[in-house]
Design a protein around this ligand. Structure first.
Ligand code: UDP
Length: 397
């Protein structure tokens, strides 16, 4: 007899949603994570009362009513709206591409003038059907904006020329002929008050987070089900194979790590981009006046600087002004074994390799693969939650 109904590998969003839902259905769930903390890449760490997004900025946004209603059960969201600033060699532009950007770039004043300018540049480039990110970008916003605000940033972030990247990546960004610099076309947006770690802890039903493998202690009850959380537990053995002893603890496994890692990379490596953060605590109240400043030129080595306090308006949880500030410079690099994978590189080559891994995953009885890494998809948080909820419906009824 297995000790638990489910073993969830990875205490990020996908794993936390699954654990919550399974426990509500009366199941016993053991959640493990390799890191010393829960919450995966949405983890926030408190520094001088600032919730620092340790694995990169996360701004929750969605058009999915079901996901929005769901997530409200675990956190109150503030009214943060993402409006990053682009810094091109010291020239500042409003993002995403909107009338403020077009005015600064070309001096145009009306939406008609902006549209004409974009159309003229698109015609000159002679692009009929965009086949890659460069062509897609130029046909959306013209060559000037492509050169100053897209090319350098994208090539730094992805480490590949824009002509070799899929067009869909740039379609994530809105282009607007209005003075609206909300980065997302989402009905709902915000940051969980108190940080993401607290939100994920609530999803895990407040189970005490234990270090190590002393399984069988500290479970939180959810109705007739339960959740138990152990961090600092590596699912893989020294040879890089899934640990049999852990798998045998449960009837079924929900695995949210990298799909190629699960199979010991036996079909080859899927490509990911990794990110390195240089985080500093500064003895001043305001460094850049905005949560995100993107450095869109090719020469600045970092892609962006995040000033974490502005996700929460520079206030602590009691509403007091915070006299210090924490900033993180982000450096993008090609993932290699041992690094943290962040962004799947969803081009054709990797798509084909993923399809082969997916066949292996489908044939792996008793294991469900999910999340950004388990499904090898450039998912936003809301899509991860939606995917987890869909899977819960199939799995739990
Ligand atoms: N992008 C850009 N310039 C910017 C910001 C984004 O060219 O100043 C492009 C870039 O190709 C990037 C893509 O838009 O990979 C998606 O950006 P997003 O902000 O959605 O990326 P994330 O927040 O997931 O890192």
């Amino acid at each position: 007899m297995s000790k638990y109904d489910y073993l969830v590998v990875g205490a990020g969003l996908y794993g936390a949603v699954f654990a919550q839902e399974a426990a509500k259905h009366g199941k016993s769930v053991l959640v493990i994570d390799r890191r010393p903390n829960i919450a995966g890449n949405v983890y926030t760490e408190d520094v001088e009362k600032i919730h620092v997004h340790k694995y990169g900025a996360h701004i929750f946004h969605t058009n999915d009513e079901k996901v929005w209603n769901y997530i409200q059960k675990f956190a109150t969201f503030n009214r943060f709206t993402n409006s990053p600033v682009a810094n091109f060699h010291g020239e500042l532009y409003s993002l995403p591409f909107n009338m403020y950007t077009f005015n600064k770039m070309w001096g145009v004043v009306t939406p008609e003038e902006a549209a004409e300018k974009i159309e003229a540049q698109r015609r000159e480039a002679g692009i009929k059907e965009p086949k890659n990110l460069e062509e897609q970008a130029i046909s959306l916003v013209g060559t000037d904006i492509y050169e100053k605000l897209i090319k350098g940033y994208t090539e730094k972030q992805w480490g590949r020329p824009c002509t070799e990247l899929p067009a869909f990546i740039i379609k994530r960004l809105p282009v607007r002929l209005t003075f609206d610099n909300n980065y997302f076309n989402a009905l709902y947006q915000g940051i969980p008050v108190g940080g993401y770690t607290k939100m994920v802890a609530n999803m895990l039903a407040g189970a005490s987070v234990q270090s190590g493998e002393d399984f069988g202690t500290g479970a939180a009850s959810v109705g007739t089900g339960s959740i138990e959380v152990h961090v600092g537990v590596d699912f893989f053995d020294a040879e890089g194979a899934p640990r049999k002893d852990l798998m045998e603890l449960a009837g079924k496994v929900v695995y949210t790590g990298a799909i190629d890692a699960y199979f010991g990379y036996k079909l080859g490596y899927l490509e990911y981009r990794s990110v390195r953060f240089e985080t500093e605590l500064l003895d001043k109240p305001n460094f850049q006046g905005n949560a995100a400043v993107n450095y869109t030129d090719r020469e600045t080595p970092w892609t962006r600087i995040i000033e974490h306090k502005w996700f929460e308006f520079g206030k602590d949880d009691e509403g007091n002004d915070i006299p210090k500030t924490v900033i993180s410079r982000e450096f993008s690099s090609e993932w290699k074994p041992g690094d943290e994978p962040y962004y799947p590189v969803n081009d054709e080559k990797n798509g084909n390799l993923y399809a082969e891994y997916k066949k292996l995953a489908d044939a792996e009885s008793g294991v469900i693969f999910g999340g950004r890494l388990g499904e090898y998809k450039y998912y936003d948080m809301d899509k991860v939650i939606a995917s987890a909820l869909d899977m819960c419906e199939k799995e739990l009824g």
